[in-house]
Design a protein. Sequence first.
Lengths: 631, 248
Amino acid sequence: MKSLSFSASSEALLGLGLALVLFATGEVAAQEVKVSASISDSTIGTEEALMYTITIEGVTTGATQMPTAPEGDGLELLKSSPNTQSSVSILNGAVTQSFSYSWTYRPEREGTARLGSTTVRVGNKAYRTNEITVHVVPQSERPKRRVQSSQRRFDPFSSLFRAPSPETTPEIRRVRENDIFIRAIPNRTKVVQNEQVIIEYQLFFREGIQLRQSRLTDSWDAEGFWREELEVETRPIPEIVVENGLRYNKIILKRAAVFPTYVGNLSVDPLRIESEALLPSLSNDPFQLLFSMRNRFQPVKLVSPSIRVESSPLPDPAPDSFSGAVGTYEFSTRIDRTSILVGESIQFTVTISGAGNLATLDAPGFSPPAAFELYEPRVSLNLNRNGRMLSGTKSFTYVLVARTNGNFEIPPVEFTSYNPRSKKYVSNRSDPVTVTVTGTATTPASVVATTNGLPVDDVAAPFSQAGDWTRLNPVPYHTMAWPYAALIFPLLILGFVFGIQRYQNKLAGDITFARNRRAHPLAKKNLKKALVLMKKAETIHFFAELERAILGFIGDRLNVSERGLTRNQLDDSLRRADVPESLRTGLKELLNICDRGRFAPGEIGSGKLESAYEDASALIVALGASLDGNS
Amino acid sequence: MLACIFTLVYASSARAQITDATQVFDRGTQALHQGAYSEAITIFGKADSLGFESPGLYYNRAVAFYRLDQIGQSIRYLRRARALDGDDPRIQHSLSIVSARIEDKYSELPAPIWKRLQRIAVESIGVNTMIALGVGFYLAMIFLIIMRIRRASEGPWQRRLKYFCTLNAFLFLFGGFSSSVWPAYPDESVVVTAELLVREQPDSDASISDRIHEGLVVSLLTRVGDWVLIQLPNGAQGWITGDGLGAI
């Protein structure tokens, strides 16, 4: 079995021509039975013959029965017995045998001709071939064949020693569209944003065609997509396939996973390849075939169709933990240990694996307790590009350094992705993990302190003293009584002091006021003395004191010198002060009694002392009231 | 006499409660140092029932909440601690550290000049001290006036001292009483849940005007049933349900 060196990369495409030369006639290895019907060309001239071949692969000798040629519509079977051919291939230790049966047809007319289906029996199983359509055109539209006269003997060396003539030179057949082409096959064209689309570029070329110096002519671009290349077979074996009745070699040139990053109609650029193709010669001259090979290579430009992808937005509402992951994912978390000392670290790893755009996948939200110092996660991405989908694993490893001791719960991590197959958001949530940190809760060395001793990136240490205790929810001052009392009481004191001072000032500056204010107390004092004398039965002194009390009172109240007044002057003063006549008369009588008591005490009985005392007391009160009322 | 007895009984009772509160503080702080943060929070909460508060109690409670990653509760108690002792650099520092973790970044609506002056006075002096100073200057003023009345004449220094006391008594009493009637910081609360939806009307079907997150301090303006009208730091107003707020 011959080998083929082929790569999907642009560099490898340069060797495509050489590799395909080696494999232009290669057989296909297949493990299962495969039956195909093909024709030599889909368009023939009216004077050309058509070869119809049935190929049976993956069978052993004797397992197959010879098939019958299909009926032709517009085609005439020249010979009912087929040409048979068998081949054996060994690939990776597996032996595969194939048989082919060929019939020749001649066109009966111009236009569209058909070859019907036929049945092929392999063992106990029957396989039915497809109907094939052939276009019959006038011979003038077909490339010229070398004119080979039946009368002229075939000279194999003629082409070496004779200049070629138009009659003897066959027209070089041009490469047609269906001889070599690239097919771009997306696995889907309607997706949601960021959903994976696999695009496969397949190169089809007819059996017998050789390619060389193949290369990418332009950079393949897919604007609006995130692109990831997938591995294809570096040493591909062309697969023989039948397309529209023609046998082709098929090679996968490129396979890529693209992820639309926008919403809308997006397009992927065509894949463009330039190459040189050598088609099978129409000449039978072996020397001409040998020496004109270089001239018969034709430049070909191959362009795949562009691909349009319709990207639709993700459905709303998306869960809060959704960060744009689209695909089929599995989610797990792992912690390396759950018991550490203060200052030691733990590693908390979040792993996401599956098929999707892992490269752009963000780390799920993770908020460990503040007792841990959290560092930026270490991201590890491992993509599997060998399959038919892009898959892989992405892990985020967080390093947490314990700052203080205690039992802490690492909170659950939630990862949400959108599964385009089920058209649902899928949320995965890890279990919380309890981490026990032991040791002394000292300030870690990594924490830098400011000049006042406070840590730069952490709260200050707890207080060791509670500070001043105050009532919880204190009553506002403006609703309490004591502040108002504290303000009003000094004001009252101030007013009192002011009043006292004013009173004292008046006593000191106004003699009338002072005597007036002093009248009553002095009178009472004198009466008190008189009472003492009455009890001692000292009649003379009693009446003298009684008279002093009455006259002193009147003198103080009227602000006159009572001692120098006659009784008439005294009466006049009282009359001017509007003292009633009755009081003045009473006063005269009392003063007469006092005179008699002082100068003729023998005439006064003991009962007279008491009545005089009472009269004097009543008179002072009545005079005070009269003078107060008048003033 | 009765007043003296009442005062003595009241004072001894308060002293006993303060002793109990101090013991609660010490036990909670011990749990905090041991890393038993949830237990520390529970212990500190017992001081509430005793009816006393202190800056240290609130600060350590805030640290415990911070270690449990409850930013909203941590800010709540740090603000309470600052209200009791605004000069302590540890409280100021920790408040800035915790506030840096608030998700919402609003521009602050500047307060009126008189409000700012009031806050400076309250934070640097305190309402209690203001009123005490005001009463002191007031008594001194009264004393000087009495002296003036009794002596009938006063020297120049006596006169100046009287004016000085009068002016300060007015300022401190006015500041203290006005801060009592109109507090320097309005009725504020902090968001203690991960997220709250701010709506334009007090209705769960009303359109959402904003989303606020844990740790943001908002002013409470009005309550209508379960709904609270709040004002954000930038002056915007909206309605939220009061479940996710913690009073400062």
